[in-house]
Design a protein around this ligand. Structure first.
Ligand code: BGC
Length: 409
């Protein structure tokens, strides 16, 4: 028998989602791209069915959020992270849609009624079309446009929401949308990516200040995914490669974001063992053992959480694990992965890291961006034809840990 680790009273246990991935019926820059003739032709060339890659009704969570929160409650969760869709709130610049504002008020109240603490993300990858047409995150006025939207939400929901996440993964936005161009608006320029990251930082700061003005006690931060990097072999070239990759991939501006935050919002999905070898696939850098992998092909490496969390001590701020999970349609590894990861989180806490909550990604199977509907990250399985929900066994294993509020480490 190992040692028992007791999580502190008030520890937040839950799962996370994002608007575009679960709601259905959105109209934003992603929906435009999903349906564009170019994207559809590209999917067909790869022998894929475009319908599997168009978010469409997603999980119909927009209409079924109460049912979904009932499930979360039945699974013992006491908190829930979700995002508000900017394109619904402000479909035209400066014009707010009162019906949608009321919708999200109902979402927040539904969480509160079930004893689930809301953690609200304000920007999780998708953008209103008018904003994108004006240059998106490259426009120097973008922070002010974001501020306008955030002030409205702070005024409307400031008395209900205590934990705000201004942006989900600014580095991913800069890299995937502006550097390698896999995601809208498909730019491929290092300078644009850098500019985007700086503008996002500016927007975060403005959002932070305006929310604080409404409620000084609110906790505000960002969510960033950090990679656990180590070396394949201790050679000079590998070490230099590691330094460069780590600098960019773990967000060169990360500490600036954290300086202007009340907490460190962490996501953890990846381990990368770096070896410089430009003549192989995976950009010549990734040489993992891959003893266990998810349906995304990502190595399951729970032990990476410990060094990452311990490194966060330097910020001397509370930490929330805002996302952590795996695509696992057969639910083969999810229980193991959750348990193992929580053990490493517990060990980090024993070493003095002030972790305040854990949000599994995700509550529901959902629309996995470029990966479409085939990647199943949910504690709850979705039947996309009937929209029936079915709780996966791993969700019940997670519930056991939540109920005990402790784990054997
Ligand atoms: C994103 C989620 C995404 C998950 C799995 C995270 O980085 O925030 O939206 O579904 O990764 O790819």
């Amino acid at each position: 028998m190992g040692q028992k680790f007791q999580f502190p009273k008030g520890f937040l246990w839950g799962a996370a989602t994002s608007a575009h991935q679960v709601e259905g019926g959105n109209h934003n820059d992603w929906t435009e791209w999903e349906k564009s003739p170019k994207r559809i032709a590209e999917l067909k060339t790869r022998g894929l069915n475009p319908d599997d890659y168009i978010s469409g009704k997603a999980c119909d969570h927009y209409n079924r959020f109460r049912e979904d929160f009932d499930i979360a409650k039945s699974l013992g969760h006491n908190a829930h992270r979700f995002s508000i869709e900017w394109s619904r709130i402000e479909p035209e610049e400066g014009k707010f849609d009162e019906k949608e504002i009321e919708h999200y008020r109902q979402v927040l109240l539904a969480l509160k009624e079930r004893g689930l603490e809301p953690v609200v993300t304000l920007y999780h990858y998708t953008l209103p079309l008018w904003f994108v047409r004006k240059g998106g995150w490259l426009n120097s006025h973008a922070p002010m446009m974001f501020l306008n939207y955030v002030s409205k939400l702070a005024d409307e929901y400031g008395s209900i929401v205590k934990i705000w996440v201004t942006q989900n993964e600014p580095e991913t936005v800069a890299r995937e949308s502006y550097l390698i161009g896999w995601r809208p608006p498909h730019k491929t320029s290092f300078l644009s990516a850098r500019r985007c990251l700086h503008i996002l930082l500016e927007a975060h700061k403005l959002a932070y200040d305006v929310i604080k003005k409404v409620d000084l006690d609110s906790q505000i931060g960002i969510a960033e995914t950090l990679v656990y990097f180590d070396l394949y072999k201790n050679t000079l070239l590998n070490k230099l490669t590691l330094k460069l990759i780590k600098w960019w991939r773990n967000n060169p501006l990360f500490s600036e974001f954290i300086k202007y935050s009340d907490f460190v919002g962490l996501e953890y999905y990846y381990h990368t063992r770096v070896r410089f070898n430009p003549f192989t696939s995976k950009w010549g850098i990734q040489f993992n053992e891959n003893k266990k992998i998810s349906d995304m092909g990502w190595e399951l490496f729970p032990q990476g959480l410990l060094p990452i969390l311990v490194e966060m001590k330097k910020f001397d701020k509370p930490v929330y694990i805002l996302e952590h999970g795996l695509a696992d349609a057969k639910d083969q590894n999810r229980s193991w992965y959750i348990k193992e990861s929580l053990k490493f989180i517990a060990q980090a806490m024993q070493k003095g890291v002030d972790v305040r909550g854990y949000f599994h990604w995700s509550l529901l199977d959902n629309f996995e961006w470029q990966g479409g509907f085939g990647r199943r990250f949910g504690l709850v399985e979705i039947n996309y034809k009937t929209f029936e929900r079915e709780i996966r066994p791993s969700a019940l294993e997670y519930k056991k840990i939540i109920t005990l509020n402790s784990i054997e480490i």
